[in-house]
Design a protein around this ligand. Sequence first.
Ligand code: HMG
Length: 390
Amino acid sequence: MKIGIDKIGFYAPHIYVDMEKLAEARNIEPAKFTIGIGQSQMAVAPITQDSVTLAANAALEIIDDEDREKIDFVIFGSESGIDHSKSGAVYVHQLLGLQPQARAVEVKQACYGATAGIQMAKGHIALNPESKVLVLGSDIARYGLNTAGESTQGAGAVAMIISANPRIMELENHNVYLTNDIMDFWRPIYSDKAFVDGKFSNEQYILFFNKVWEAFKSKSGLNLSDMEAICYHLPYTKMGLKALRTVIDEAPEEVRERLLENYQISTQYNRNVGNIYTGSLYLSLLSLLENKEDLKEGVRIGMFSYGSGAVGEFFTGVLQPNYREHLHIESHQRIFDTRKEVTIEEYEAIFEETLPRDGADIELNIEQDPASIVLSGTVDNKRQYVNKNS
Ligand code: HMG
């Protein structure tokens, strides 16, 4: 039985910062951000968006009534969860109006959470072929103003339905995964900003990629020539390229050219959104599928997932017949076309604006946020969510 991605949707907040202007404000050569890091725009989350609303908005555009009846497992991958106990999945389940006989859990391992969710979903579908699983990868990446990590922030979510006989991508089973306890990036529970050893994290990302790639080749018997493209977890778009360059010489000239060209296409969305942590790899996949018009059905795509701390995984998927008909290219284009740029001063003010930490109630102005699903405030220490369309 084929199991894989049946639908894939994406959401990013309606405001962004221009990276050249951020560089100027920080007295940095703009080319460092646009070329050295490889980012052009950075999505900024207004206070009315959190990991729950981003995920629910990403899922809203892809689910229909049949999905609402068949989804019996919601897996919410995130490292910016809103509660230490209750999972984001339960809120999303309610906001989307899914049938009640479902499991709903949150999965955390830095940027690896959604990949863990997908692999769990595959097992669930193998046992329950009629079911569908909703896997969410939703995050707001925060390092702090004027930090080295600032240029690698972002916000957004990817939602995927995993099912039998998937219409977009069959996920193959030669997965190779690796865990090692390292401190390259972490966020203690008292902090709303990540701590990071930037250079070490870059090195570990590449080391993990090299290890899982070597093991993948032995396990699967496949090599670079068998891949039409490789999508990477993209904390910034230069990062995957650094990893790809370490193995590219294994391939003949024409394969090298193809992988490098497809790599650029797979980074287009991420370049204009920033790091969305656990959704980043799947945003890269979406970027490739939606922006490369002549990508043929039947081709194999390699996927490298990395979550600091750290867990890495390499796996592959095969594009299904007529997969393009099941993408939501226009609505994703609309997200980019209708976004508004904010000034650096506005971005800084939005960055500093947080919900009360003393239990006080707050009512937020939801009119300024065009998203369908928004956070409208807190009452009695409970976040209040609104679906403007219901
Ligand atoms: P930095 O110190 O600001 O930058 O840190 P740099 O000095 O290393 O320069 C970056 C690049 O810009 C270099 O290119 C420079 O040469 C180039 P490279 O040598 O790397 O190819 N450069 C220029 N290029 C053109 N024109 C110029 C110019 N000047 C310099 N004028 C760093 C950069 C990414 C480390 C920092 O932003 C950071 O700490 N970010 C956060 C950590 C991160 O993203 N790590 C990535 C791997 S870990 C990961 O992916 C997991 C993660 O997503 C978390 C999770 O799992 O949840 C982060």
